[in-house]
Design a protein around this ligand. Structure first.
Ligand code: SF4
Length: 494
């Protein structure tokens, strides 16, 4: 049966995937952890989403026993607990079952027994199975079967984006289950080889000589870019937007590190010359006639900001996983002393009321500046399906929206090292313009989304008033910053 851990594991699922992405990243993680970049707020928000979905997916196989450790550092105890649970004939479902084999430790979301055969399920909050997830599954299968437990099947459960909630969530419809048994068996030898190679990497005296490359950002942004990219010049070719990463690395490794080194054919190409000039001269370049004409398409200095949350597990009927829903809105205009914001009642959330509030907020304006118009129009289109009686009003609102990102997207404003994804705050920061501050500097839309979900799922929680206050400050600041961006574009036009 399953092995008991003999010594401290060297690899886990996450370090194996890290090593697959780049052996140097694995080495640094294991031996020079202090060189790691701080975790971004986006990464933190993503981690929390994955955990919630994993717990929800337990409804696929209810009544299981949880083998998860108290802390991440006690995984070895989980291995022992799992081994004991597997021996108990009355236990047919185990959550977070842990296994160790050849100094690799893994935890599986769901292990269940059917007709006396054990089967494994790994849960993902994504809407498809990526190549990384296939390797993740292959490693788990290798470790579990290597530890002595035969698996009759191994599946990945991931989100069915076509699912629409009807009178309660049906976990079996919310998740797609796809067996990867054939694939994980085929990859067994390759995994064994890779495990050995990566364990050897962790024991090296010095970090392996891996040059920077596309692996630094794929499949995940590496945590050690701050360390490895130190020698990249400030005016590097990596600052160019609209050129593939492969091309930039090809240039970089051929000695073309700075935009100054680019061949004349590229440097003079009208598609890149403005960007290159902006990077070289470290200055903003504005096409004033184009910017003026664009801003004149909506002369009312009014901004509108809907605030969205997108639950993976739909909590309202007729909505789908990840469907964006409004939890409030903000607006402001020239001469207003402070943005006007409205947050929906989390204790008795009504989508219809939220939609009506958006319409009321915007009804007196002919034209409104927004940021991220595509997402807002998608929200309005979904609301039209849900509330056909509001179709005309929603259509009207959709037609009023003007995108504040357009000056950058269309090259009316070019600044050195313009990097997507952009936010009003990032743009303002670049221009040295002040942003309205947040009490929590890390607050980003994904975190606000997670906080509102916390409010509606625990409406009686004692900390809710504090969270609601935090969200209101966030909404004020975001709306204010949108207006500051409009002012910035207006000033550049002069
Ligand atoms: S930054 Fe790039 S080269 Fe450096 S460890 Fe990360 S992936 Fe490897």
């Amino acid at each position: 049966m399953t092995e008991k851990p003999k010594k401290k594991a060297i690899l886990s699922k996450s370090t194996f995937i890290k090593g697959m992405q780049c052996p140097k990243a694995l080495y640094l993680h294991k031996n020079r952890y202090f060189l790691r970049d701080p975790l971004s707020a986006e990464q933190l928000a993503r981690f929390s989403r994955g955990t919630d979905v994993g717990i929800y997916a337990q409804n696929l196989f209810p009544g299981g026993v949880d083998a998860s450790p108290k802390t991440h550092f006690q995984m070895a105890q989980s291995v022992v607990k799992t081994a004991a649970l597997i021996q108990q004939p009355e236990v047919n479902v185990i959550y977070e079952a842990a296994f160790e084999h050849e100094e690799v430790i893994v935890a599986l979301d769901i292990l269940y027994r059917e007709n006396n055969q054990w089967k494994g399920v790994e849960v993902k909050s994504s809407r498809s199975i990526s190549e990384t997830y296939r390797w993740d599954a292959a490693l788990q299968y290798y470790v579990i079967t290597g530890s002595g437990l035969e698996l009759e099947d191994f599946s990945v459960a991931y989100i069915n984006e076509d699912y629409k909630r009807q009178g309660g969530v049906d976990a079996h419809k919310l998740f797609h289950m796809e067996s990867l048994l054939i694939l994980v068996k085929e990859r067994r030898e390759e995994v064994a080889q890779k495990v050995q190679e990566l364990k050897d990497v962790t024991r090296l005296k010095n970090s392996p000589p891996v040059p920077i490359g596309v692996q630094c950002n794929h499949p995940y942004p590496c945590d050690f870019r701050g360390h490895c990219w130190k020698k990249v010049p400030a005016d590097s070719v990596f600052l160019l937007e609209g050129i593939s990463e492969e091309q930039k690395f090809e240039w970089y490794h051929a000695g073309i590190a700075s935009v100054d080194d680019l061949p004349a054919g590229i440097a003079n190409d009208k598609n890149w010359s403005v960007q290159i000039q902006s990077i070289k001269e470290k200055k903003v370049i504005v096409d004033k006639p184009a910017l003026t004409a664009f801003l004149q398409t909506c002369e009312t200095a009014r901004v509108f900001q809907p605030f969205l949350f997108a639950p993976v597990v739909p909590f309202l009927d007729n909505t789908s996983p990840y469907q964006a829903l409004p939890f409030g809105n903000g607006k402001t205009h020239a001469g207003n002393s402070a943005p006007e914001i409205k947050m929906e009642n989390y204790a008795a959330f009504s989508l219809e009321a939220a939609v009506e509030n958006m319409l009321e907020t915007t009804s007196s304006s002919d034209c409104l500046w927004v940021f991220g118009v595509a997402k807002i129009k998608e929200l309005l289109a979904n609301c039209k399906i849900l509330y056909p009686l509001l179709e005309n009003d929603l259509e009207l609102l959709s037609g009023k929206l003007k995108e504040l990102l357009t000056p950058l997207e269309r090259g009316m404003v070019v600044y050195p090292g313009m990097k997507v994804p952009l936010s009003p705050e990032k743009i303002l920061k670049h221009f040295g313009a002040e942003s309205a501050g947040f009490p929590d500097k890390c607050m980003i839309p994904e975190q606000a989304d997670a906080l509102f979900q916390k409010l509606i799922s625990n409406p009686d929680w004692e900390n809710n008033a504090g969270i609601a206050d935090q969200l209101e400050v966030y909404m004020q600041s975001k709306t204010d910053n949108l207006f500051r961006l409009l002012q910035l574009w207006t000033n550049l036009m002069m």
